[in-house]
Design a protein around this ligand. Structure first.
Ligand code: SAM
Ligand code: SF4
Length: 336
């Protein structure tokens, strides 16, 4: 492990925001091809460009020493990475010793095989993406995925004692009629639910504007049936949380396009290639992999400071017909 240097233990960016949350995309690969996320024929990175388990673990050590208190593993699909169990255990060693929380975002297809491992490594909560509970729609949205695998994964998560939050991308004309049923189902299951606006990240071969559903509209629709009480609970992220009348679960609304959430952003993202992106919506990044491979870990410390200076005040997402994506990077590369 890397010894903490107390003089550098906290990271603050150029806009005075404390950075204590790191999301790591452990692979750009995925076993699904969600229409809003990826092109059908995605080109994935050659394996030698992807950080090894040891490299990810060393960088995680360094970030924890510099004041990161929460790490989320994501992708691509993190559970398709072959050495994921070793990585989760390796990073999990920091829990209670600098790291407050280790968590994961998954599409759930391989969760049945991994839920026990995650719980053993100290993971307590996970996000599972589920845009529909209808098998045919699921196959359509994911271009071929099987919903029974996700449902088995959710059962396994429950058996392992993992709390689950469902992530649902709200898609006009595709799943808008399922938002209320999904909310009620989450209430019955005891899962929190986060609804997400589609973000213009990377080409998918389809026009996202066709399916863009503003969260203001979604919130209005939900309020017609359920009382929503804004909660103070914040994660420094893009979601605004609400209690849903009588259900005992939290509803998060992620509004990158209808409301800017950047002022209290506390997070940075590392891609599976070792690039640190300070904002999902900007191309500025710092390349840790080259420094690590060419000069060793000591060369990475000063790069963290450079990355902190690069963090922009805000993203500038826009979504309208014919407007190119805000970045060429897909969410699966930067880590959603
Ligand atoms: N494969 C895992 C999964 O699907 O949960 C983790 C990675 S995925 C990129 C993380 C989250 O980003 C998912 O909830 C997904 O629905 C969401 N996502 C992907 N592309 C998006 C986009 N263009 N706009 C909004 N959300 C997106
Ligand atoms: Fe894969 Fe997640 Fe992207 Fe769907 S949203 S294609 S599951 S990375």
């Amino acid at each position: 492990m890397v010894a903490a240097d107390p003089s550098q233990a906290q990271m603050t960016d150029g806009h005075g925001r404390r950075i204590d949350y790191l999301r790591i995309s452990v692979t750009d690969r995925c076993d699904l091809r969600c229409r809003y996320c990826m092109a059908e024929r995605m080109q994935f990175l050659p394996r030698d460009q992807v950080l090894t388990l040891e490299e990810i673990a060393l960088l995680a050590d360094l970030f924890v020493a510099r004041g990161i208190r929460k790490i989320r593993l994501t992708g691509g699909e993190p559970l398709v990475r072959r050495d994921i169990a070793d990585l989760v255990h390796r990073i999990g060693r920091h829990l209670g010793a600098g790291l407050d929380e280790l968590t994961l975002t998954t599409n759930g297809t391989r969760l049945a095989d991994h839920a026990g491992m995650l719980a053993d490594a100290g993971v307590r909560r996970i996000n599972v993406s589920l845009d529909t509970r209808d098998a045919d729609r699921f196959a359509h949205i994911t271009r071929g995925g099987r919903i029974d695998q996700v449902m088995a994964g959710l059962d396994a998560a429950r058996a392992a004692g993992l709390a689950v939050k469902i992530n649902m991308v709200a898609l006009k004309g595709i799943n808008e009629d399922e938002i209320l049923p999904m909310l009620r189902w989450c209430g019955e299951q005891g899962h929190d639910l986060t609804l997400i606006e589609t973000m213009p990240l990377g080409e998918t071969g389809e026009d996202r504007t066709d399916h863009y559903l503003p969260m203001t509209q979604v919130a209005e629709m939900i309020r017609a049936h359920h009382a929503l009480t804004p909660l103070l609970h914040r994660t420094g992220g893009p979601a605004r949380y609400h209690a849903v009348g009588g259900m005992g679960i939290r509803l998060g609304l992620i509004t990158p396009l209808t409301a800017n959430f950047c002022a209290d952003c506390n997070r940075i993202r590392m891609t599976c290639e070792g690039k640190i992106f300070m904002c999902l919506g900007h191309e500025d990044h710092v390349d840790f992999k080259s420094a690590l491979r060419d000069q060793g870990l000591a060369a990475v410390h000063p790069l963290i400071n450079r990355a902190l200076r690069l963090k922009p005040a805000a993203h500038d997402f826009r979504i309208s017909a014919g407007t190119p994506p805000a970045t060429r990077r897909h969410m699966s590369v930067t880590g959603g």
